[in-house]
Ligand binder design. Structure first.
Ligand code: SAH
Length: 448
């Protein structure tokens, strides 16, 4: 097989990034935007020793799992990767992938529990960060690039995001506001940022700029108020003058309303600041937390919530539990967590700002007890030192591990099992329909 060959291929699997895979003379050929069961003509783009990349030139026989694409920009936008297949099949693929990864990397013998998936896979995101293209249009980066593709009324977002985006792009054009260029590091507007409280419908509008001031911002606010009415609670300028791929700078200037919005998650009133982590899929996050609580059995227990963000998991269990201690590295999120506790009249919770591994060690020296430890790390998973402190020093009855990358969960499962913990059960939860991501929550107990 060589570059530019056209081959016939049957797609037999999907990678964890959502690309279809077929086998040709024993070699794996990766073809994006294809579905299991597709028979295609593939145009070979690149050949390595054991695998090749191709694009689909023609679908000879479509897979029975294919779905009509209602999006319009899906084939080149980098946001979704599974919009071309039926959602029920997507859920099944995710379920299988979680089991297979846990078996292969984690050497686990048990299969995943049935995946908890969404009633509707669309319009679930409560946050959007749009790059602003040089033409003043907002969109998303196209696959594997930093070129912005206008996204129109993105089906992952509430419809109000589209309306708000249109006001913003019209404002940019009307007042000839300059757009930031990554190449020359000149121009003003870098990103457009929206957050919505699902239960409250409150909206935060953020503009990330390479400077300290947005000319004519009062006009923008007027127009936003006219369109969004009472729901507009916060307009923020985020200052990012660095030559960096990191979207948000450290400084926020509040142009209108408050510096935060509110939502309600699992009955807990939550404050969301521009920098705080907040689960992007409210309804599925509630189901995830419910499963986490089922695993944690928090009643009357001391809970240590590591990687706690704005404290939401621990606070959702606080009323039943004896105590909650949350640890989080982002200071603004810790402040939100403290305020969230106060606003919800929860007085048995406290929050510490710091690295989870170091804070855990320090808490141990203070002889803090933990019956249940919740771990909810970013994709890279937990440091081994942290897992050792948790297992050896705190030795909780239960560890509930919430993971956004099953590969690192599987790796950490091996570590926890070597430290005397047993994986009892794990459940995938589809927090990110139409994308290749899936969340998994796992229960470990102290081995007998
Ligand atoms: N449990 C929260 C947040 C989970 S996301 C929720 O459900 O909303 C993971 C969180 O870990 C983020 O808030 C991130 O800021 C935090 N984090 C990342 N690295 C960390 C570290 N080394 N120590 C503590 N927190 C960390």
């Amino acid at each position: 097989m060589k570059k530019n060959d056209i081959i016939e291929l049957e797609i037999t699997d999907i990678t964890h990034e959502g690309s279809g895979v077929g086998r040709y003379n024993g070699m794996a050929v990766f073809v994006p935007l294809t579905a299991v069961g597709d028979k295609i003509k593939a145009h070979i783009l690149k050949v390595n020793k054991h695998y090749a990349f191709a694009k689909c030139n023609e679908i000879i026989t479509p897979s029975k799992y294919r779905a009509a694409d209602r999006c319009g920009v899906f084939s080149h936008c980098g946001g979704c990767s599974l919009r071309h297949i039926q959602y029920a099949h997507e859920a099944e693929l995710k379920q299988n992938r979680v089991t297979q990864t846990m078996r292969r990397i984690g050497k686990v013998q048990i299969d995943a529990q049935p995946i908890i998936y969404a009633d509707s896979p669309d319009r679930y995101r409560n946050k959007a960060l749009y790059p602003v293209g040089m033409d003043g249009e907002i969109g998303f980066y196209s696959r594997h690039s930093h070129r912005s593709v206008p996204c129109g009324d993105c089906l992952l977002h509430p419809e109000v995001f589209y309306r708000t985006g249109k006001i913003f792009t019209k404002f940019l054009k009307e007042y000839k506001i300059s757009i930031y260029s990554e190449e020359t590091h000149t121009g003003l507007v870098r990103h457009f940022y929206l957050r919505q409280g699902k239960k409250t419908q409150e909206l935060m509008v953020g503009i990330v700029i390479n400077g300290n001031c947005l000319p004519h911002s009062e006009k923008l606010i007027e127009k936003l108020q006219l369109e969004l009415g009472e729901n507009l609670k916060s307009v923020i300028l985020n200052v990012n003058t660095q030559k960096t791929n990191v979207v948000l700078g450290d400084k926020n200037i509040c142009l209108f309303g408050k510096e935060y919005i509110q939502d309600v998650l699992c009955g807990v009133k939550v404050r969301i600041s521009p920098h705080s982590f907040y689960q992007v899929n409210h309804d599925m996050a509630e189901l995830l937390y419910k499963k986490a609580a089922e695993y944690a059995k928090p009643c009357g227990k001391n809970i240590l919530d590591l990687y706690c963000g704005a404290g939401t998991i621990g606070l959702s269990m606080a009323k039943e539990s004896k105590s909650v201690i949350g640890v989080e590295i982002i200071e603004a999120a810790v402040k939100d967590a403290q305020i969230n506790a106060r606003e919800n009249k929860i007085d048995n919770a406290r929050f510490i700002c710091g690295d989870a591994a170091r804070a855990a060690e320090q808490l141990k020296q203070e002889s803090i007890l933990a019956d249940v430890v919740i771990l909810d790390p970013p994709r890279k998973g937990c440091e081994e030192a942290l897992l050792k402190t948790v297992a050896n020093d705190f030795a909780p009855e239960r560890i509930v591990y919430v993971s956004c990358d099953v590969a690192t969960l599987a790796r950490d499962t091996q570590v926890l099992e070597s430290l005397g913990y047993k994986l009892i059960e794990y459940t995938p939860v589809d927090l990110f329909p139409r994308t290749a991501h899936v969340e998994t929550v796992a229960l470990f107990t102290k081995g007998v």
